[in-house]
Ligand binder design. Structure first.
Ligand code: SAM
Length: 266
Protein backbone atom coordinates (compact mmCIF):
# COMPACT_ATOMS: atom_id res chain seq x y z
CA UNK A 1 0.00 0.00 0.00
CA UNK A 2 2.95 2.27 0.08
CA UNK A 3 1.93 4.43 -2.82
CA UNK A 4 -1.60 4.93 -1.49
CA UNK A 5 -0.31 6.67 1.55
CA UNK A 6 0.61 10.27 1.17
CA UNK A 7 1.92 10.37 4.73
CA UNK A 8 -0.52 13.03 5.83
CA UNK A 9 -1.84 13.17 9.37
CA UNK A 10 -5.59 13.03 9.92
CA UNK A 11 -5.62 16.80 10.42
CA UNK A 12 -3.67 17.30 7.15
CA UNK A 13 -6.09 15.24 5.10
CA UNK A 14 -9.06 17.07 6.61
CA UNK A 15 -7.43 20.41 5.79
CA UNK A 16 -6.62 19.30 2.25
CA UNK A 17 -10.17 18.10 1.66
CA UNK A 18 -11.68 21.32 3.02
CA UNK A 19 -9.30 23.44 0.92
CA UNK A 20 -10.22 21.48 -2.23
CA UNK A 21 -13.94 21.75 -1.48
CA UNK A 22 -13.65 25.52 -1.07
CA UNK A 23 -11.42 25.84 -4.17
CA UNK A 24 -14.13 24.03 -6.16
CA UNK A 25 -16.57 26.77 -5.16
CA UNK A 26 -18.49 24.64 -2.67
CA UNK A 27 -19.38 25.78 0.83
CA UNK A 28 -18.59 23.16 3.48
CA UNK A 29 -20.96 24.98 5.87
CA UNK A 30 -23.84 23.98 3.62
CA UNK A 31 -24.81 20.37 2.99
CA UNK A 32 -22.85 18.87 0.07
CA UNK A 33 -24.19 16.15 -2.22
CA UNK A 34 -22.24 12.90 -2.71
CA UNK A 35 -22.24 13.52 -6.49
CA UNK A 36 -20.46 16.87 -6.07
CA UNK A 37 -17.60 15.05 -4.33
CA UNK A 38 -17.39 12.02 -6.61
CA UNK A 39 -14.19 12.99 -8.44
CA UNK A 40 -12.47 13.25 -5.05
CA UNK A 41 -13.75 10.22 -3.21
CA UNK A 42 -14.39 7.30 -5.62
CA UNK A 43 -10.83 6.03 -5.49
CA UNK A 44 -10.98 3.19 -8.02
CA UNK A 45 -10.96 2.46 -11.75
CA UNK A 46 -14.03 3.97 -13.43
CA UNK A 47 -14.93 6.23 -10.49
CA UNK A 48 -18.58 7.05 -9.84
CA UNK A 49 -19.78 5.29 -13.01
CA UNK A 50 -18.21 1.98 -11.91
CA UNK A 51 -19.78 2.32 -8.44
CA UNK A 52 -23.22 2.95 -9.93
CA UNK A 53 -22.89 -0.07 -12.20
CA UNK A 54 -21.83 -2.34 -9.33
CA UNK A 55 -24.72 -1.06 -7.20
CA UNK A 56 -27.15 -2.15 -9.96
CA UNK A 57 -25.45 -5.50 -10.51
CA UNK A 58 -25.47 -6.35 -6.81
CA UNK A 59 -29.18 -5.43 -6.50
CA UNK A 60 -28.66 -3.81 -3.13
CA UNK A 61 -31.88 -2.88 -1.28
CA UNK A 62 -32.66 -0.16 1.24
CA UNK A 63 -33.01 -2.70 4.04
CA UNK A 64 -29.61 -4.31 3.38
CA UNK A 65 -26.83 -3.82 5.87
CA UNK A 66 -23.64 -3.24 3.87
CA UNK A 67 -19.96 -3.47 4.78
CA UNK A 68 -17.52 -1.55 2.53
CA UNK A 69 -14.02 -2.99 3.01
CA UNK A 70 -11.06 -0.69 2.27
CA UNK A 71 -13.57 2.14 2.07
CA UNK A 72 -11.04 4.95 1.56
CA UNK A 73 -12.83 8.31 1.88
CA UNK A 74 -16.17 6.43 1.71
CA UNK A 75 -17.45 7.94 -1.55
CA UNK A 76 -19.02 4.61 -2.58
CA UNK A 77 -20.57 4.21 0.89
CA UNK A 78 -22.19 7.65 0.56
CA UNK A 79 -23.53 6.71 -2.88
CA UNK A 80 -25.15 3.57 -1.39
CA UNK A 81 -26.51 5.40 1.64
CA UNK A 82 -27.92 8.33 -0.36
CA UNK A 83 -29.20 6.48 -3.44
CA UNK A 84 -30.71 3.51 -1.58
CA UNK A 85 -31.03 4.68 2.01
CA UNK A 86 -29.21 1.64 3.38
CA UNK A 87 -26.90 1.58 6.38
CA UNK A 88 -23.19 1.13 5.58
CA UNK A 89 -20.27 0.22 7.81
CA UNK A 90 -16.89 1.27 6.41
CA UNK A 91 -13.76 -0.65 7.33
CA UNK A 92 -10.50 1.14 6.53
CA UNK A 93 -6.89 0.46 7.51
CA UNK A 94 -5.57 4.02 7.21
CA UNK A 95 -6.47 6.40 10.07
CA UNK A 96 -6.08 9.34 7.67
CA UNK A 97 -8.69 7.99 5.28
CA UNK A 98 -10.94 7.19 8.27
CA UNK A 99 -10.71 10.84 9.38
CA UNK A 100 -11.43 12.08 5.84
CA UNK A 101 -14.39 9.70 5.54
CA UNK A 102 -15.88 10.89 8.84
CA UNK A 103 -15.51 14.51 7.74
CA UNK A 104 -17.19 13.93 4.36
CA UNK A 105 -20.01 11.89 5.94
CA UNK A 106 -20.71 14.89 8.16
CA UNK A 107 -20.52 17.44 5.31
CA UNK A 108 -23.05 15.39 3.30
CA UNK A 109 -25.36 14.81 6.29
CA UNK A 110 -24.98 11.04 5.96
CA UNK A 111 -23.19 10.39 9.25
CA UNK A 112 -26.32 8.87 10.76
CA UNK A 113 -26.30 6.09 8.12
CA UNK A 114 -22.57 5.43 7.78
CA UNK A 115 -20.19 4.29 10.49
CA UNK A 116 -16.42 4.29 9.94
CA UNK A 117 -14.26 1.64 11.64
CA UNK A 118 -10.49 1.56 11.57
CA UNK A 119 -9.29 -2.01 11.07
CA UNK A 120 -7.95 -4.70 8.78
CA UNK A 121 -9.76 -6.66 6.11
CA UNK A 122 -7.89 -9.71 7.42
CA UNK A 123 -9.41 -9.43 10.90
CA UNK A 124 -12.87 -7.94 10.51
CA UNK A 125 -14.17 -6.51 13.79
CA UNK A 126 -17.70 -7.87 13.30
CA UNK A 127 -19.52 -11.03 14.46
CA UNK A 128 -20.37 -13.86 12.05
CA UNK A 129 -23.48 -13.38 9.85
CA UNK A 130 -23.62 -9.57 10.27
CA UNK A 131 -24.10 -8.24 6.72
CA UNK A 132 -26.35 -8.71 3.69
CA UNK A 133 -23.70 -7.30 1.34
CA UNK A 134 -19.93 -6.92 1.48
CA UNK A 135 -18.66 -4.38 -1.05
CA UNK A 136 -15.01 -3.96 -2.07
CA UNK A 137 -13.46 -1.88 -4.87
CA UNK A 138 -9.76 -1.83 -5.77
CA UNK A 139 -8.46 -3.15 -2.45
CA UNK A 140 -7.43 -6.81 -2.92
CA UNK A 141 -4.37 -5.78 -4.95
CA UNK A 142 -2.80 -4.70 -1.65
CA UNK A 143 -3.60 -7.94 0.21
CA UNK A 144 -1.45 -11.05 -0.22
CA UNK A 145 -3.52 -13.55 1.75
CA UNK A 146 -6.59 -13.96 -0.48
CA UNK A 147 -7.87 -17.04 1.39
CA UNK A 148 -7.91 -15.18 4.69
CA UNK A 149 -9.50 -12.13 3.03
CA UNK A 150 -12.31 -14.07 1.34
CA UNK A 151 -12.73 -16.28 4.42
CA UNK A 152 -13.35 -13.19 6.56
CA UNK A 153 -15.82 -11.81 4.00
CA UNK A 154 -17.67 -15.14 3.98
CA UNK A 155 -17.73 -15.25 7.78
CA UNK A 156 -19.39 -11.84 8.25
CA UNK A 157 -21.97 -12.35 5.49
CA UNK A 158 -25.40 -13.73 6.40
CA UNK A 159 -26.56 -16.92 4.65
CA UNK A 160 -27.58 -15.83 1.14
CA UNK A 161 -25.52 -12.63 1.46
CA UNK A 162 -23.60 -11.18 -1.51
CA UNK A 163 -20.01 -10.14 -2.04
CA UNK A 164 -19.86 -7.39 -4.72
CA UNK A 165 -16.45 -6.30 -5.92
CA UNK A 166 -14.18 -4.90 -8.58
CA UNK A 167 -10.46 -5.60 -8.62
CA UNK A 168 -7.38 -5.49 -10.72
CA UNK A 169 -6.29 -9.03 -11.61
CA UNK A 170 -3.01 -10.34 -12.96
CA UNK A 171 -2.73 -10.36 -16.76
CA UNK A 172 -0.70 -12.67 -18.97
CA UNK A 173 2.58 -10.80 -18.52
CA UNK A 174 4.14 -9.51 -15.32
CA UNK A 175 3.55 -5.90 -14.36
CA UNK A 176 6.50 -3.75 -15.41
CA UNK A 177 5.35 -0.13 -15.21
CA UNK A 178 5.70 1.35 -11.74
CA UNK A 179 4.55 3.22 -9.76
CA UNK A 180 0.97 1.97 -10.10
CA UNK A 181 -1.90 3.53 -8.12
CA UNK A 182 -1.74 0.72 -5.55
CA UNK A 183 1.97 -0.07 -5.55
CA UNK A 184 5.21 1.85 -5.71
CA UNK A 185 7.09 -1.28 -6.77
CA UNK A 186 6.38 -4.99 -7.35
CA UNK A 187 6.81 -5.84 -3.66
CA UNK A 188 3.59 -3.90 -2.84
CA UNK A 189 1.43 -5.54 -5.51
CA UNK A 190 -0.46 -8.80 -4.90
CA UNK A 191 -2.35 -9.52 -8.10
CA UNK A 192 -3.75 -12.95 -8.90
CA UNK A 193 -5.44 -14.03 -12.11
CA UNK A 194 -9.21 -13.87 -12.61
CA UNK A 195 -9.28 -17.69 -12.67
CA UNK A 196 -7.51 -17.91 -9.33
CA UNK A 197 -9.88 -15.34 -7.81
CA UNK A 198 -12.90 -17.39 -8.91
CA UNK A 199 -11.30 -20.62 -7.74
CA UNK A 200 -10.42 -19.33 -4.23
CA UNK A 201 -13.91 -17.82 -3.80
CA UNK A 202 -15.42 -21.16 -4.84
CA UNK A 203 -13.25 -23.12 -2.39
CA UNK A 204 -14.39 -20.82 0.43
CA UNK A 205 -18.04 -21.61 -0.43
CA UNK A 206 -19.16 -18.71 -2.63
CA UNK A 207 -21.34 -19.24 -5.71
CA UNK A 208 -20.74 -16.94 -8.68
CA UNK A 209 -23.77 -14.95 -9.81
CA UNK A 210 -21.71 -12.68 -12.03
CA UNK A 211 -18.01 -12.61 -12.85
CA UNK A 212 -16.74 -10.59 -15.79
CA UNK A 213 -13.65 -9.03 -17.25
CA UNK A 214 -14.39 -5.36 -18.00
CA UNK A 215 -10.91 -4.38 -19.20
CA UNK A 216 -11.83 -3.86 -22.85
CA UNK A 217 -15.06 -2.01 -22.01
CA UNK A 218 -13.09 0.27 -19.71
CA UNK A 219 -10.38 0.95 -22.30
CA UNK A 220 -12.87 1.61 -25.07
CA UNK A 221 -14.48 4.46 -23.18
CA UNK A 222 -13.16 7.72 -24.47
CA UNK A 223 -11.48 9.59 -21.69
CA UNK A 224 -12.95 12.97 -22.54
CA UNK A 225 -10.93 15.63 -20.79
CA UNK A 226 -13.01 16.72 -17.83
CA UNK A 227 -12.83 20.36 -16.86
CA UNK A 228 -9.94 20.68 -14.41
CA UNK A 229 -11.25 20.70 -10.85
CA UNK A 230 -9.56 20.98 -7.46
CA UNK A 231 -11.63 17.96 -6.43
CA UNK A 232 -9.45 15.09 -7.64
CA UNK A 233 -7.71 12.03 -6.23
CA UNK A 234 -4.58 14.19 -6.44
CA UNK A 235 -5.67 15.83 -3.17
CA UNK A 236 -4.26 12.72 -1.42
CA UNK A 237 -2.44 10.63 -4.07
CA UNK A 238 1.01 11.80 -5.07
CA UNK A 239 2.20 11.40 -8.70
CA UNK A 240 -1.38 10.70 -9.73
CA UNK A 241 -0.92 11.33 -13.47
CA UNK A 242 2.07 8.99 -13.67
CA UNK A 243 0.34 6.23 -11.68
CA UNK A 244 -2.90 6.49 -13.67
CA UNK A 245 -0.91 6.50 -16.94
CA UNK A 246 1.00 3.38 -15.90
CA UNK A 247 -2.23 1.61 -14.93
CA UNK A 248 -3.82 2.38 -18.30
CA UNK A 249 -0.73 1.25 -20.18
CA UNK A 250 -0.57 -1.96 -18.12
CA UNK A 251 -4.24 -2.63 -18.90
CA UNK A 252 -3.75 -1.93 -22.62
CA UNK A 253 -0.77 -4.27 -22.81
CA UNK A 254 -2.53 -7.07 -20.91
CA UNK A 255 -0.28 -6.91 -17.84
CA UNK A 256 -3.32 -6.35 -15.66
CA UNK A 257 -7.05 -7.02 -16.06
CA UNK A 258 -10.07 -5.29 -14.55
CA UNK A 259 -12.66 -7.71 -13.18
CA UNK A 260 -15.86 -7.41 -11.19
CA UNK A 261 -18.28 -9.85 -9.69
CA UNK A 262 -21.18 -10.65 -7.44
CA UNK A 263 -20.80 -13.89 -5.46
CA UNK A 264 -23.37 -15.35 -3.06
CA UNK A 265 -22.96 -17.27 0.18
CA UNK A 266 -24.50 -20.73 -0.12
C1 SAM B 1 -7.61 2.29 -3.98
S1 SAM B 1 -8.23 2.62 -2.39
C2 SAM B 1 -9.98 2.28 -2.65
C3 SAM B 1 -10.84 3.04 -1.69
C4 SAM B 1 -12.35 2.80 -1.87
N1 SAM B 1 -12.63 1.38 -1.92
C5 SAM B 1 -12.85 3.46 -3.13
O1 SAM B 1 -13.07 2.74 -4.10
O2 SAM B 1 -13.03 4.68 -3.12
C6 SAM B 1 -7.74 1.18 -1.44
C7 SAM B 1 -8.10 1.33 0.01
O3 SAM B 1 -7.92 0.06 0.67
C8 SAM B 1 -7.37 0.31 1.95
N2 SAM B 1 -6.75 -0.94 2.41
C9 SAM B 1 -5.65 -1.56 1.88
N3 SAM B 1 -5.38 -2.69 2.57
C10 SAM B 1 -6.33 -2.80 3.53
C11 SAM B 1 -6.59 -3.76 4.55
N4 SAM B 1 -5.80 -4.84 4.72
N5 SAM B 1 -7.64 -3.58 5.37
C12 SAM B 1 -8.44 -2.48 5.21
N6 SAM B 1 -8.25 -1.54 4.26
C13 SAM B 1 -7.21 -1.69 3.42
C14 SAM B 1 -6.40 1.45 1.71
O4 SAM B 1 -6.04 2.12 2.91
C15 SAM B 1 -7.21 2.31 0.75
O5 SAM B 1 -8.02 3.23 1.43
Amino acid sequence: MASLEAHYSARDIEARILAAVRAAGLNPEQRLSPEELAALDHFHTGGLRASRELLELAQIRAEDRVLDIGAGLAGPARLLASALGCRVDCLELSPDFCAGAVLLNRLTGLDDRIEVHKGSALDLPFPDDSFDVVWMQNVGMNIADKRKLYGEIYRVLKPGGRYAFQEMAAGEAATSYFPLPWATDPADSFLVSAEETRSVLGEIGFIAELFEDTSDAHLSRTTADAAPSPLTLGVYVDNLAQKAGNARRSLKEGQIRLVRGVFRVK
